[in-house]
Ligand binder design. Structure first.
Ligand SMILES: [Zn+2]
Length: 459
């Protein structure tokens, strides 16, 4: 292309980009205050919220993208996240979850017993070469899913891998899409795969999901496997530090949590956990854990899941589910599949067991406020778990409702500075600290898998 033409094209592109970013940067007009809200404070909260960089460290829309062909572009009438509602809610940056369900790990015969129909038809069958573990492949498919969305919506969304790229994307008026692996079995115990995922742009990894893996224990199974991390687990944390990938200790057992904090030389996060003092669930963090994350320089990102916020909701829902399951089984045993009788019986069960009422937004706010009180203003953030949880509090129905949280925090007496930190400032600081730490270790030899990988750590 001749130079003049190329210059002309570049100039036109620059003008278009400026126009697009100017249009995208003007915040949506402040809507009328929600019922019961003070008008002046709502206007202040709206302006502050849309001026701040708002980051959510855990959104599960990738699963919808991959398994159901979901497009983040238009407004959806279900779920919690799309680019339209993100913009309305001032949600600037999201760590999209590269979620690898536990059923992809280990013995794939279990997978094929329960696989949804929308898994690729060419997935290896039991006995095929490569069928032993589908975790890394699933993670790669998830990455492709979100990257393809960014390709489809280049003026509204862009993939980012650094704090600077995140900030630049927000300044250009585009959604900053980052990636975090959920479920450390995604690397199949292989430090080389960990490095490749980093190269593809993954910037945090949750060491486990609901399953123990090759190197770390989860909080979900009753019996521990390693008693926290084994030697490979320490190598994984060390390699993440060296690469510049944030260590995420949501989902892990308490022993893994403290072993990972002892092993990491850079700040860690809980990407989506709430507080055990307010809702005693093993997925939540204790006050001691909050203080440990604060001492480490990291942050706990509060999860919006009703079941992790409100103990009564959690109890009601599980009691209801248990009763309903028994009655549904009885109906299925009694009536033939597809029969009108079964359909009527299931409809009657739906009517008898309506969904448990979600807790109010105040429940979520209480977790944020307590985390601020225990860990301090520099160590709290947001990890909604949008599109990954069956219930969010009333008033926090989806990403478009996020400004209400800013209002509630201001109404509770939190300073504008603290609110900005919670909304995104703290996560940005952690990300930069992890990047700086990795830069200081440039030239260091990578970690290697070895014969001692499955040794337990000395007590
Ligand atoms: Zn999770």
């Amino acid at each position: 292309m001749p130079t003049v033409t190329r210059r002309a094209v570049a100039a036109v592109a620059a003008v278009l980009a400026l126009a697009a970013s100017a249009a995208a940067q003007s915040p949506p007009a402040c809507p009328p205050p929600p019922a019961g809200y003070d008008g002046a404070l709502w206007a202040k909260a709206w302006a502050l919220h849309h001026d701040a960089i708002v980051i959510d460290t855990h959104v599960d829309t990738t699963t919808r993208i991959l398994d159901r062909g979901f497009d983040v572009g238009p407004r959806a009438n279900d779920g919690h996240f799309d680019l339209v509602r993100a913009r309305e809610g001032g949600l600037d940056a999201v760590f999209h979850s590269i979620y690898v369900d536990a059923r992809f790990a280990g013995d794939e015969r279990a997978l094929f017993a329960t696989a949804p129909q929308d898994i690729n038809a060419d997935w290896p069958r039991p006995g095929d070469p490569g069928a032993a573990n589908g975790s890394a492949r699933r993670a790669l498919m998830m990455i492709d899913g979100i990257v393809q969305q960014a390709r489809r919506h280049p003026t509204r969304m862009t993939m980012c891998a650094t704090a600077d790229e995140l900030v630049a994307a927000v300044q250009s008026g585009r959604h900053a899409a980052l990636m975090g692996i959920e479920g450390g079995h995604a690397i199949e115990g292989d430090l080389g795969l960990l490095r490749l995922f980093h190269q593809l742009g993954v910037r945090y990894m949750t060491l486990t999901h609901t399953n123990h893996n090759e190197y770390a224990d989860s909080c979900a199974p009753a019996e521990p496997r390693w008693g926290g991390l084994n030697r490979l687990g320490v190598k994984v944390v060390t390699e993440m530090n060296r690469l510049g990938m944030v260590v995420d200790v949501s989902h892990v057992s308490d022993a893994t949590f403290f072993a990972a904090l002892a092993a990491t030389k850079a700040p860690a996060i809980c990407s989506h956990s709430s507080l055990r003092a307010l809702c005693p669930h093993p997925r939540n963090v204790t006050d001691d854990m909050l203080r440990a994350i604060a001492a480490n320089g990291g942050a706990v990102m509060i999860n919006f899941n009703c079941g992790f916020l409100d103990v009564d909701y959690a109890k009601n829902r599980s009691a209801r589910q248990a009763t309903r399951r028994i009655q549904e089984k009885a109906a299925r045993d009694k009536f033939a599949d597809g029969s009108a009788e079964l359909r009527d019986a299931l409809a009657a069960l739906d009517a008898r067991f309506p969904p448990v009422e979600p807790p109010p937004l105040a429940t979520l706010v209480a977790h944020v406020l307590r985390a601020l009180a225990v860990a301090g203003p520099d160590h709290v953030g947001l990890g909604s778990d949008f599109d990954g949880v069956p219930c969010v509090p009333r008033g926090m129905d989806d990403a478009a409702h996020l400004p209400r949280l800013t209002y509630e925090l201001l109404a509770a007496g939190q300073s504008e500075t603290t609110v900005r930190k919670v909304l995104g400032g703290n996560l940005l600081r952690v990300l930069r600290a992890v990047e700086t730490h990795a830069a200081s270790r440039r030239g260091e030899e990578p970690q290697r898998n070895g014969a001692d990988d499955f040794d337990r750590l000395p007590r």
